[in-house]
Design a protein around this ligand. Structure first.
Ligand SMILES: NC(=O)c1ccc[n+]([C@@H]2O[C@H](COP(=O)([O-])OP(=O)(O)OC[C@H]3O[C@@H](n4cnc5c(N)ncnc54)[C@H](O)[C@@H]3O)[C@@H](O)[C@H]2O)c1
Ligand SMILES: [Zn+2]
Ligand SMILES: [Zn+2]
Length: 380
């Protein structure tokens, strides 16, 4: 089959690789209909991870079941499914507790809990930017979707970024009437704006530097704040009568930077702590790494992000963070899509065949005007 493989920093290629095969009775093989490129893929693309050359990429996958192992009971060939990016066993202590993003069984990497498809340090699982994908523990991991092709561009957000964005607002405990500060208007930040309103927020600030992304935030009802116009924490504090937002979401991660492009991994955390009032909660879903040889400072290379912890303590704020346990949210978010209450597809900018992946990675990585979220269709 054809698949997108990692070659080197700033280089991916579509190559012929072996078809996946059922090796455990609980496996299923999915024929991939849609697979997205994620901001998280860019960490690998930019050479900022230890991903091995030849790895098949892609953790945001959906499709139709092609084949099931003999122990799979709830799914059969032809079922339309969403595949959470977490590879989870369903029976370890963390999975039983609902923390499928920290499964104790699916990632052999020393010191790292939680598996994912096609990702550095997240276990041996091939990704789904390919014609077919093997899903282990299929009964536990797969989410059933309505048959046919309806809402394809909405449902494809259920594998990662819609649940991740919602998780950010859940960690931030966004409640009816809240004012919320969302840092980052990439796909995750934009859907955090959407999620905050789904939870009843009164007002949501969307903070970024790209006018095209801030425009989409406006379509979700967000109030755009451009960091190029001055200190965004000041802008939020001023717009809230000097009080600050009730809570906040961080959807940027360790490659946070100035509008000039200069990386400062602590920058957004500093702004977030200042933007949110005392005792407010912060949902930090942007990725930070314990080691990052490409970081701008020695401290950040060792994962030491020197943000203003003193002010966080003084304000009595609480932080929640980590990889999203997709299964906790994907079924309910699916039903909001079916009911017409959620439309995460608003962020989609491009739908392309798999063969266009190399160019799409390049343009998405450069945040070229308009490249917000790319969906790949392997069968196209
Ligand atoms: N926790 C999880 O489970 C999980 C899942 C998916 C993605 N993520 C992470 O979430 C983050 C966002 O993902 P994405 O797909 O939206 O990525 P993205 O790279 O498309 O978006 C990031 C946005 O942050 C903006 N940004 C950079 N510096 C900024 C600053 N100083 N202030 C405000 N905005 C700034 C960029 O302009 C960009 O629009 C990434 O770190 C990604 O790895 C986490
Ligand atoms: Zn993703
Ligand atoms: Zn588990």
């Amino acid at each position: 089959m054809k698949a997108v493989v990692y070659k080197d920093a700033y280089s991916v290629a579509v190559e012929e690789v072996a078809d996946p095969a059922i090796t455990d009775p609980r496996d299923a093989i999915i024929k991939v209909t849609t697979t997205n490129i994620c901001g998280s893929d860019l960490h690998m693309y930019e050479g900022r991870t230890n991903v091995e050359r030849g790895k098949v990429l892609g953790h945001e996958n959906m499709g139709v079941v092609a084949e099931t192992g003999p122990a799979v009971e709830n799914f059969r060939a032809g079922d339309r499914v969403s595949v959470p990016f977490n590879v989870a066993c369903g029976t370890c202590r963390n999975c039983v507790d609902g923390w499928t993003s920290f499964c104790l069984r699916t990632n052999p990497t020393e010191g790292v809990d939680g598996g994912a498809y096609g990702y550095a340090s997240m276990g041996p699982w091939d990704g789904g930017q390919a014609e077919y994908l093997k899903v282990p523990y299929a009964d536990f991991n797969l989410l059933k979707l309505p048959q046919g092709t309806t809402h394809e561009a909405d449902f494809t957000m259920l594998s990662d970024i819609f649940p991740t964005a919602y998780f950010g607002t859940d960690l931030a405990k966004v409640s009816p009437g809240d004012t919320v500060a969302v840092y980052g208007s990439g796909p995750v930040g934009l859907l955090a704006v959407h999620s905050a309103y789904l939870r009843g927020a009164a007002r949501v600030f969307a903070i970024d530097m790209h006018p095209d992304r801030l425009r989409i935030a406006g379509e979700f009802g967000g109030t755009p704040v451009n960091i190029a116009d001055g200190d965004p924490a000041e802008q939020v504090i001023e717009a809230t009568g000097g009080i600050g937002a009730d809570c906040g979401v961080e959807a940027v991660g360790y490659q946070a930077h100035e509008p000039s492009g200069q990386e400062r991994p602590e920058l957004v955390m500093d702004w977030l702590v200042r933007s949110v009032r005392a005792t407010g909660r912060l949902g930090v879903v942007g990725v930070y790494l314990p080691t990052d040889p490409g970081a701008a400072t020695k401290a950040a290379q060792d994962g030491r992000i020197g943000f203003d912890y003193g002010r966080l303590f003084q304000k009595g704020q609480q932080i929640g963070t980590g990889q999203c346990p997709v299964k906790r949210y994907n079924e309910r978010l699916r039903d909001l899509i079916i009911a017409g209450r959620a439309t995460p597809s608003k962020i989609v900018s491009h739908e392309l065949p798999l063969s266009d992946a190399p160019g799409a990675y390049d343009k998405f990585d450069k945040r070229v005007d308009g490249f917000t979220k790319v969906l790949l269709h392997p069968a196209a």
